[in-house]
Design a protein around this ligand. Structure first.
Ligand SMILES: *[C@@H]1O[C@H](CO)[C@@H](O)[C@H](O)[C@H]1NC(C)=O
Length: 441
């Protein structure tokens, strides 16, 4: 009997799992419902309540709610049955694996429809009367999928007091942050979707990209889809694909050539009359350094000598660099030589940085054998780079008597050879005075 009930329990667990993962296709999303506390001063205090969104793609289908009872700690008025015909909310990256602590981020806020003030969206609400359609409960939901694979923001409308909103406008991107090398084209992905059955959707749209970095912002590009006009901006090398915008809602921003100054946050906003939704994408320009070692090659050295070597790292961004030194001996053994003395950094006109490290090698204290490779190692977010130079040490094991005598013997031998040659040429070869005589003639 016990066995049967165990099997039964296991089957239930499995079924529940299958339902959750594959059953409805759309997830149950845990959210925070965040709003201003009424009647407080400035800055407004915020309240935060647990909330739940049951998502379905059409209002007639049974959503995920039929399989699960809502948790007891959630106020029933904060449980929403959302219909999303675009199925954006059904993305697999919004489903947290069963038992996983990592959950998608979700926040719901009350939303107040109002005419846009920016020039490129103002024409959308040029007629002063606001439609009766706006009288409803409006929410905006911002979600971030697992592993930064999706960022999504939706504006939803629920007939008053129903808790059954429909998604009217969604803006989404497949990445919350991207990295790029210097000098290559970059695509900042953004798309938008609007509910074609909404009376607002036939009235036109507008799209805008803003840039923000350390509290400063500027307009990158803006497009009035109603008047088919691009706003004037100072930005160069940034484009929208206008036909794609109209045909598929592809609002991706194309940067022709990544530069250091492009590092920052990009905000993609889509406007419908009275509505807007936006997502933010971080762009980081990461370029690893180029290294050069000087002097290279190193002068032939002898024990007891002190050498100075410099490693210059240049053309990198961002400013986050660790330089260190290594020595690889003839036997393949690796020794760390430390960081050396780091210089301050300089910034070039293209925004990239350079920085150097000077290593002092005291061959009297270090045992580097007969020499080997001296390597500068640069660790940077864009990648690790290395540069090496060869160190030759002669007369190893200290200038012993034998070594000194050998060197003297070699020197004497060389002296003898030179003497011999000069004697040979001096007697049998043509002399300088001879050639001078010839020129004079
Ligand atoms: C949107 O357009 C960009 C650039 O043209 C392209 O790289 C991207 O794949 C498009 N996205 C979709 C979903 O079609």
């Amino acid at each position: 009997m016990a066995n049967v009930s165990t099997v039964y329990a296991l089957a239930l667990v499995l079924l529940n799992y299958i339902m959750q993962v594959h059953g409805t296709g759309c997830p149950v999303v845990e959210c925070w419902f965040v709003q201003e506390k009424p009647g407080r001063g400035f800055p407004a205090a915020m309240s935060q309540e647990k909330s739940l969104m049951y998502v379905r793609t059409d209002p007639d289908s049974t959503g995920a709610e039929s399989q699960q009872k809502p948790p007891a700690d959630i106020d029933p008025t904060r449980i929403y049955h959302v219909t999303d015909s675009s199925a954006s909310l059904c993305s697999s990256s919004l489903k947290s694996p069963e038992g996983s602590v990592k959950k998608p981020l979700c926040e719901i806020n009350p939303f107040l429809p109002q005419p846009a003030v920016v020039k490129w969206a103002a024409p959308l609400t040029s007629s002063a009367q606001s439609p009766i359609y706006l009288q409803a409960d409006w929410f905006s939901a911002s979600l971030q999928g697992l592993d930064g694979q999706l960022t999504l923001s939706s504006v939803m409308r629920a007939p008053k007091g129903t808790n059954e909103p429909n998604v009217i406008l969604s803006v989404f991107s497949t990445s919350t942050s991207i990295r790029s090398r210097l000098g290559v084209p970059v695509v900042l992905d953004c798309g938008f979707w609007m509910d074609a059955s909404s009376p607002l959707s036939g009235l036109g749209f507008a799209v805008e990209w803003r840039y923000q970095f350390r509290g400063e912002g500027r307009l990158v590009v803006a497009y009035d889809g109603k008047g088919d006009r691009l706003a004037e901006t100072t930005e160069e090398g940034a484009e929208l694909d206008i036909p794609a915008l109209h045909q598929t809602g592809n609002a991706s921003l194309l940067l022709e050539e990544a530069q250091v100054r492009h590092t920052g946050t990009y905000i993609c906003t889509a406007y419908l009359p009275y509505l807007l939704a936006q997502v933010a994408i971080d762009l980081e320009i990461e370029e690893p350094p180029s290294l050069s070692i000087s002097p290279s090659p190193l002068p032939i050295s002898y024990p007891g000598q002190t050498l100075s070597v410099q490693c210059e790292a240049s053309g990198f961004a961002p400013l986050s660099l660790e330089l260190s030194w290594e020595f690889v001996g003839a036997d393949g053994g690796v020794q760390s030589l430390g960081e050396g003395g780091m210089s301050g950094h300089r910034q070039a006109s293209d925004g990239t940085f350079s920085q150097s490290s000077r290593l002092t090698l005291d061959l009297g204290k270090l045992d580097l054998g007969r020499g080997g490779e001296v390597t500068c190692v640069a660790v940077h977010p864009g990648g690790t780079r290395r540069a090496s130079t060869t160190l030759n040490i002669i007369g190893v094991s200290g200038p012993s008597i034998e070594d000194s005598m050998a060197m003297v013997a070699v020197a004497l031998g060389l002296y003898g050879v030179i003497k011999l040659f000069s004697w040979m040429f001096g007697t049998s070869g043509p002399s300088d005075s001879d050639s001078k005589d010839k020129k004079d003639k």
